[in-house]
Design a protein around this ligand. Sequence first.
Ligand SMILES: Nc1ncnc2c1ncn2[C@@H]1O[C@H](COP(=O)(O)OP(=O)(O)OP(=O)(O)O)[C@@H](O)[C@H]1O
Ligand SMILES: [Mg+2]
Length: 235
Amino acid sequence: MSQPLLEVENLSKHFDVHHLDQRVFAFSDVSFRLFPGQFLLLRGCNGVGKSTLLRTLYRSYVPKHGHIWFDAVEGRIDLASAADVDITALRRRDIGFVTQFLVARPRVAADELVAEPLRLAGWPQDRALDEARRWLGEFGVKRELWRAYPTTFSGGEQQKVNLARALVLPQRLLLLDEPTASLDAGARHALIRRLGALKAQGVAMIGVFHHPEDVVELIDVQLTLAVKEMADVAE
Ligand SMILES: Nc1ncnc2c1ncn2[C@@H]1O[C@H](COP(=O)(O)OP(=O)(O)OP(=O)(O)O)[C@@H](O)[C@H]1O
Ligand SMILES: [Mg+2]
């Protein structure tokens, strides 16, 4: 079998809530391996640490203990301790994150927002815009909205733009945090089709899905996080 794309070792993250003098354990001692083209379903009840784990893998949070070995093109790198500049480069090219919230920017049209990752990857402007519009259409964003600013879009429309932007380019690892919340059936099917195509191209995925039956055909492995008790702060 090929080399794992991701190897997570004894990863732990907690938050110190100072005004309560308490420690909230998001997750602790998580270990797993993920290979190219594998889909891992992350499960567990509300507040168990699923979103925090995804954000830690994306290095929006720094873990307290453990390692996140990522098989980067230049060699294995520990995302838990990598320099910010390396993380930024990996996010542009190798690691994508899809949440249910669009980070819309004022006065940037929907098609421009979706075309941006393609332009950063060196696509000519015209081709990037054509491809962006194709994906907006695929996810069911009305044609008259393609040149409009998504700041005024409905929640579902914003999420469709978000998905088109996040999935327009195949990355090597995709982190998905409830990406189907507030999508209509058409967009949900377009998303599942796109994830299936990306998986077939070797993209590895870790996803939290409120309705896992949506993605049942994609799942290779499951990881269930268990509840931890709050503890008094003590080193
Ligand atoms: N920035 C933070 N500061 C303090 N506590 C936090 C912070 N972020 C998350 N937590 C706590 O960490 C725990 C895990 O939260 P997280 O959002 O990861 O849960 P989740 O499994 O994604 O839940 P849900 O299914 O509701 O989305 C929760 O108890 C939450 O209150
Ligand atoms: Mg969550």
